[in-house]
Write a protein that binds this ligand. Sequence first.
Ligand SMILES: [Fe+2]
Length: 184
Amino acid sequence: MPSTCVAEMSSGVPMMDQLHHDIFEALEKVSRSTDQAFSNEYRIFVAKMEYAFRREDQWMEEIDLPASNLHQEQHARVLGALHNVHSRVMDGELRLGREVVDHLLPQWLEFHISTVDMALALAMQLAQTETPHTPSIQDTSETSQEARPALATEPTSSRAVSSCRPSPPLPDRIPKRSPHAPHS
Ligand SMILES: [Fe+2]
């Protein structure tokens, strides 16, 4: 089952916390799904990941975050891996899909959120402090169904980051396709 550590972690930016909450909620749903429903739930989950990463990429660009390409590269790499796994799940490698959902991806998310996402959240708060009326961190998402809370002013010291022990970001730990893997 996906980790809950980062789900309890506050970045100080409520709209980012909402994205993370939605991701873990979707991850838990796919983890609990039946074998028959797994592929479709996985597809829905990946779509939520794509949306969350797109929002973060936009925020980086809007505040002109230095070295944002490194963060965006992490997004691109894990999305590529997730799409690859979905293809294999559809070919019958359900066990691999569950390993990714239950273990590998929660570890990756925990590391990613507690490092680069937290750095982004801090930069967003600084940008808001320096230019309070900047449109950069307003939630103008096309799929947002309700008004998101305004950018938080929660101090960095109140975060729960230190309570987590993140694992290394290892999307490459996904095993290569076996020549004997089942095919549809
Ligand atoms: Fe991120």
